[in-house]
Design a protein around this ligand. Structure first.
Ligand SMILES: Nc1ncnc2c1ncn2[C@@H]1O[C@H](COP(=O)(O)OP(=O)(O)O)[C@@H](O)[C@H]1O
Ligand SMILES: [Mg+2]
Length: 256
């Protein structure tokens, strides 16, 4: 098989993140040197409290790091002013959270539209894109509905559309199925698999085996350090069982 060099889209250098709690320094992310590759569906796993969310917030520029570097799409985001960072985030990244955070008084269409304000993009083009996305994810009938009129899974799919509307280089997701039942979760995971197949780079945190096995590369975080990785290759539904078994074995070896 031809070996293809992958582009590093995020690189960290001795990344550390600490919090000050009651006057004491609490080191959460410890000297992480990591590359995230373009086109990968990278999954970060690890037990609760291991620092997964903290790492994701550092990688995506949602939060400032304590020391070390994060190079995102060629730019050192640890040296950017807050103002420049805000613009950079809007252009380069999309973020999906566990808790659904749609704007309650905007309908589905308006929620997806909201990150495009002041981007100078063509209105007609955006409108068409939103229609296409809603149709693709089986949501066209919900276009005029408000968040409270949707199921949790539908709301999360809207959140994904909203995160994608500015064509981010990377889509980040923190436990995106964590608040959903299993069938709603599957539906949301299918959306992730589909956009990844189209070439979208994804970085997702999860502690759910079924969610994780959608990824092409699994990173295991333990106590703020990367403690092993597993290459799973591209996801195919027929191979789900084997993938889950490989992943389960990998996790068991790490005392999951
Ligand atoms: N803003 C914060 N202030 C203080 N401590 C924090 C903050 N955010 C996270 N932590 C601590 O960092 C550790 C890792 O948290 P987190 O990254 O949320 O873990 P995970 O997502 O793996 O469950 C926890 O002990 C948590 O209490
Ligand atoms: Mg978390």
């Amino acid at each position: 098989m031809e070996k293809r060099e992958k582009n590093s889209i995020i690189r960290t250098e001795v990344l550390c993140k600490s919090f000050l709690v009651d006057g004491e320094v609490n080191n959460i992310i410890k000297n992480v040197d990591l590359d995230i590759y373009e086109g990968d569906f990278t999954v970060i796993m690890g037990s609760s409290g291991s620092g997964k969310s903290t790492l994701l917030y550092s990688l995506s520029g949602m939060d400032q790091v304590t020391t070390g570097k994060v190079i995102l799409d060629g730019a050192d985001i640890t040296r950017m002013s807050e103002r420049k960072m805000a613009g950079f985030r809007k252009e380069k990244i999309g973020f999906v959270f566990q808790g659904i955070n749609l704007i309650p008084n905007l309908n589905v269409y308006e929620n997806i539209l909201s990150p495009t304000y002041k981007t100078g993009r063509n209105k007609k083009e955006i409108e068409k894109e939103i229609e296409d996305m809603l149709a693709r994810f089986d949501m066209l009938n919900q276009k005029k509905k408000f968040p409270t009129q949707l199921s949790g899974g539908q709301r999360q799919r809207v959140a994904i559309c909203r995160a994608l509307i500015n064509h981010p280089k990377i889509l980040f997701a923190d436990e995106p199925t964590g608040a959903l039942n299993s069938s709603q979760g599957q539906h949301v995971l299918d959306v992730f698999s589909e956009i990844h197949k189209d070439g979208q780079s994804v970085v997702m945190v999860t502690h759910d085996l079924k969610a994780a096995c959608r990824g092409t590369r699994i990173l295991f975080l333990r106590d703020g350090r990367i403690d092993g990785e597993l290459q799973l290759g591209e996801y195919h539904k027929e191979e789900e069982k084997e993938r889950e078994e490989r992943l389960y074995h990998f996790l068991q070896e790490r005392g999951w």
